[in-house]
Write a protein that binds this ligand. Structure first.
Ligand SMILES: [Zn+2]
Length: 351
């Protein structure tokens, strides 16, 4: 674990607010890079002023980005991951990426509200988030002026592989065009979402990834020569993970014999027992049946007891510690658990 001085992504809003105040007359560009781990960023960004920033738990995009842009903890913003019980309660599970209810999370200011308060034009280049319309995205982008029309790792919301040079060029174009169109009105906060995660899920931190990150670091460097301040950071990293069909079958069978449904995502799942009074018995059965590298934990150990986030997750957590777990069949890397490569993310500044 890091020293107490290691900031969390929950500190991102405060740190960015400080930068916006310090560099009042200058544009501030934020490269919001989904799924980049600290060590890989460190190797690619020699010219950035880089520090370690810890992801929140679980190391899931929905929880981490909401903490970064609102400054709220997971317990407070109450989005604990991807699949969880509907905010209104009851047995129904929602997928936060396509949920449109108005009760997902309490209204809160964001980095864009801060930018407007500083007299900046608060711009969000939707990028790979353009086709993820949801209450979650609305919460994330509260007070932002949305800029559509750019995609990097996706087309219409699904993974679309492109050479590293194309990805870098598309990011440069998105930022240059947006600054040219809106930057004449005064200093901007320009936030741009690049879903590197789509590539890393399937290919890991390969040459493509390091070429893209290196190109973005060089672009950041060139922007500073024009007086632009650049921040690059991530929500979480990923670790090698493969789908284990035998484990999936075992859990399906136990779901029927013991009675539970499953939520969560990636390397952290949670179970909603049909009979909550039997959760200790269910946990014991799971520990006996599952491999040693899958931890079975009470939800209270990870989510603050009594919090809105805790009320939305199941009572029993399954957390991957090894490579074999549940994931998409074409994924080779995933996230959601406690590995250092997942929790350790970069926060880099060029000025
Ligand atoms: Zn992510």
């Amino acid at each position: 674990m890091g020293s107490p001085a290691t900031p969390s992504v929950t500190d991102f809003r405060r740190l960015l607010d400080g930068l916006m105040a310090e560099h009042a007359g200058q544009h501030v560009v934020v490269l919001a890079l989904d799924g980049v781990t600290f060590d890989v960023a460190r190797a690619c960004w020699p010219s950035g002023d880089l520090r370690l920033m810890r992801a929140v738990t679980p190391t899931t995009s929905s929880a981490c980005w909401l903490s970064a842009l609102t400054g709220r903890t997971v317990a407070d913003h109450a989005v604990p991951g991807v699949v969880f019980t509907a905010p209104s309660g009851g047995p129904r599970l929602i997928n936060v990426l396509d949920y449109h209810g108005d009760d997902l999370t309490a209204a809160a200011g964001t980095v864009f509200s801060d930018a407007a308060r500083h007299g900046r034009v608060p711009l969000a280049v939707l990028g790979d988030m353009e086709h993820y319309g949801s209450a979650w995205r609305d919460a994330l982008l509260t007070d932002a002026l949305r800029v559509p029309g750019h995609s990097f790792y996706t087309e219409h919301g699904t993974y679309h592989p492109r050479p590293s040079g194309d990805v870098g060029a598309r990011v440069r174009t998105a930022i240059e065009e947006t600054l040219a169109r809106h930057g004449t009105r005064g200093p901007c906060l320009l936030w741009c979402y690049v879903e590197v995660d789509q590539h890393v899920h399937r290919h890991g931190y390969d040459t493509h990834t390091t070429e893209v990150l290196t190109a973005l670091g060089e672009f950041a460097d060139t922007l500073t020569r024009r007086g632009v301040v650049v921040v690059a950071h991530a929500d979480h990293g990923l670790v090698p993970t493969v789908h284990d069909p035998a484990l999936a079958g075992l859990l399906d069978g136990m779901g029927q014999s013991h009675g539970f449904t499953m939520g969560g995502a990636g390397r952290m799942r949670w179970l909603y027992p049909d009979h909550p009074a039997q959760r200790a018995e269910l946990s014991a059965s799971l520990r006996a049946a599952l491999p040693d590298d899958i931890r079975v934990l009470p939800a209270d150990q990870v989510f603050a007891a009594g919090s809105a986030a805790r009320s939305r997750v199941g009572d029993v957590l399954l957390v991957a510690e090894g490579e074999r777990f549940l994931t998409e069949s074409d994924y080779r890397f995933d996230h959601g658990s406690f590995a250092a490569e997942e929790t350790d993310t970069p926060f880099a500044v060029w000025r």
